[in-house]
Design a protein around this ligand. Structure first.
Ligand SMILES: CC(C)(COP(=O)(O)OP(=O)(O)OC[C@H]1O[C@@H](n2cnc3c(N)ncnc32)[C@H](O)[C@@H]1OP(=O)(O)O)[C@@H](O)C(=O)NCCC(=O)NCCS
Length: 196
């Protein structure tokens, strides 16, 4: 992702996650879900120095984005949380306690060993189902395999569990958070790439 892609990437994540079960459980309604994801992903993911984001584009514009961060940087440290706290309170408003509950519960499943933590991955709704998500996963996992690194992600959508299983992830944990079933998925390191 280049600097100029960030606005488009935030817009895609907002649109892709506006109907996501956990985002709706946090935000309360679709309009707030879109706004919270669009603004929150910039601070919580893309603006962070450890963020590694891939953008898929057609001839005219970005259509999909995949973000990943390497453990332990995938979880925000207290040093990072303090400067961004005011912005997060402004964006989240009354949804903040629910967002903190979701983030905290998911963080409890983060494996305490080397891995790339994938997420979010979002494709513009008008471009979904055309292979963009698979192309992003292929590109990212080729890099992870090259470095013999495991990968980890969480999802709350059954259809996505099947998608990730096709890429070698397996469910290693499950927890109901805010009434939504979250699955935690692990993909072992390749033994064929070069050692990082
Ligand atoms: C999940 C997502 C990233 C997949 O990207 P995509 O470009 O739509 O998917 P692709 O065309 O590359 O691959 C299709 C596969 O993804 C799965 N899939 C998940 N959501 C889908 C959707 N809304 N439309 C089509 N396929 C979807 C299907 O299982 C499908 O498998 P198949 O081709 O064997 O039938 C994208 O649909 C999306 O942004 N969804 C909303 C946000 C989201 O759920 N993100 C992931 C959170 S863990």
């Amino acid at each position: 992702m280049q600097g100029a892609d960030v606005d488009e990437a935030c817009e895609i994540v907002g649109l892709a996650f506006a109907d996501n079960p956990s985002t709706l459980a946090v935000a309360g309604d679709r309009t707030s879900a879109l706004r919270i994801m669009r603004a929150g992903v910039r601070i919580a993911k893309f603006d962070r120095p450890c963020s590694c984001a891939l953008v898929a584009s057609d001839a005219r514009r970005a259509v999909g984005v995949l973000n990943a961060a390497e453990w332990p940087g995938c979880q925000m440290s207290m040093r990072e949380k303090i400067p961004s706290a005011f912005a997060m309170i402004r964006i989240m408003g009354v949804a903040l306690p629910r967002m903190l509950k979701l983030i905290g519960a998911r963080a409890g499943h983060d494996p305490r060993e080397r891995h790339w933590h994938v997420g979010p991955i979002g494709v513009h709704p008008a471009a979904q189902g055309r292979g963009v998500g698979k192309a992003l996963l292929n590109a990212f996992l080729a890099m992870a395999d090259e470095h013999r690194s495991p990968a980890f992600l969480e999802t709350d959508v059954d259809k996505n569990v099947e998608l990730y299983e096709k890429f070698g992830f397996e469910v290693v944990g499950e927890e109901k958070i805010l009434g939504i079933s979250n699955r935690f998925m692990w993909r072992a390191a390749s033994t064929r790439g070069r050692i990082a």
